[in-house]
Design a protein around this ligand. Structure first.
Ligand code: AMP
Length: 292
């Protein structure tokens, strides 16, 4: 496995399968690398295969809270071991100046509506998606992948990237990867290491709330069930909502109820939660209603 630092280093790895990360890697990130390896094995049963490139860059422009950036975990040696074991061919570890050259401002792409309208992460983390789109577009321009892998764990981010890539010809194909969870249901996150052991059980209320939502066919009842579950565990709720899975806008409830076979009723929906277990903020999501 090669360590790459510059645009020049990346040249032999163009047209590959790309996994952008901020490091502090865990089994969720590993699943993205495994998905890329599995796609390679399916597409190219014999070598040569498309190179698998992981990037590790803690992007300052997507942190709306400077303390969050300062405390973001950095575990490079362990990250490299995980990438190697999971089957990466190269890890791109740029210095900030390789992403944001002082002489050459890197533009923020036009933000799709799903990055500004839903009042979910966009409202609670102002500027976050501008930073995400800026760094992801910059990484795409440097790495020039054919495919890029993103976790469903960050559902709104995934929809933002899908919309951004769809709007720009020449973008890689975006491949979503399902969320990896602990056996008890907690979604893996680099921030889980900050949950005090005494609060671990309370954090489980998030996955429990998503399951509770799936017991209700009415979106308002599902949202109430999520809020009740989170409040019983004394979590502070940023949002706990049922939304259109792609636009993340509110469901057209009367039309869904009145005409279950209409186009709006057929559109997939998603349950999404952001809640704080002070001072840690956790997000998670699940299909809604329950998928058979
Ligand atoms: P991050 O390093 O947090 O920026 O995440 C890098 C990528 O890993 C993003 O596409 C995330 O959605 C994905 N990811 C993070 N946690 C998980 C998880 N538990 N399951 C699947 N993908 C994940």
């Amino acid at each position: 496995m090669r360590s790459l630092h510059t645009e020049h280093d990346l040249a032999p790895f163009h047209a590959g399968r790309f996994i952008p990360t901020m490091g502090a890697l865990h089994q969720g990130h590993e699943a993205l690398i495994h998905a890329a390896a599995a796609d390679n094995a399916r597409t190219f049963p014999r070598a040569p295969r498309a190179p698998i490139i992981v990037s590790i860059f803690v992007n300052p422009t997507q942190f709306n809270d400077p303390a969050d950036l300062t405390h973001y975990p950095r575990t490079l040696a362990a990250d490299l071991a995980i990438c190697q074991a999971a089957g990466a061919d190269a890890v791109f570890i740029p210095e900030p100046a390789a992403i944001y050259p002082l002489t050459d401002p890197i533009p923020v792409p036009a933000l799709p509506r799903v990055a500004t309208a839903p009042a979910l992460e966009d409202a609670f983390r102002p500027g976050h998606f501008a930073g995400v789109c800026q760094v992801v577009q910059r990484l795409f321009d440097l790495v020039r992948p054919a495919h890029a892998y993103f976790g469903e764990k960050d559902w709104q981010q995934l929809q933002v990237i899908l919309a951004m890539a769809a709007a720009r010809p020449g973008s890689p194909a975006i491949v979503p990867v399902p969320t990896i969870r602990e056996p008890d249901g907690l979604a893996l996150s680099s921030r889980n290491r900050f949950i005090p052991p005494a609060d671990r059980t309370r954090a489980l209320a998030i996955a429990q709330a998503l399951r509770a939502a799936q017991e209700h066919a009415d979106p308002h009842a599902a949202e109430r069930a999520m809020r009740d579950t989170l409040q019983r565990a004394s979590l502070q709720i940023d949002y706990a909502v049922i939304r259109d899975a792609q636009t993340l806008e509110a469901l057209d409830t009367p039309r869904r109820a009145a005409a279950p076979n209409s186009a709006s009723a057929a559109r997939p929906a998603r349950a999404l939660i952001a809640a704080r277990l002070s001072p840690i903020r956790l997000i998670d999501n699940a299909p809604w209603p329950r998928t058979p």
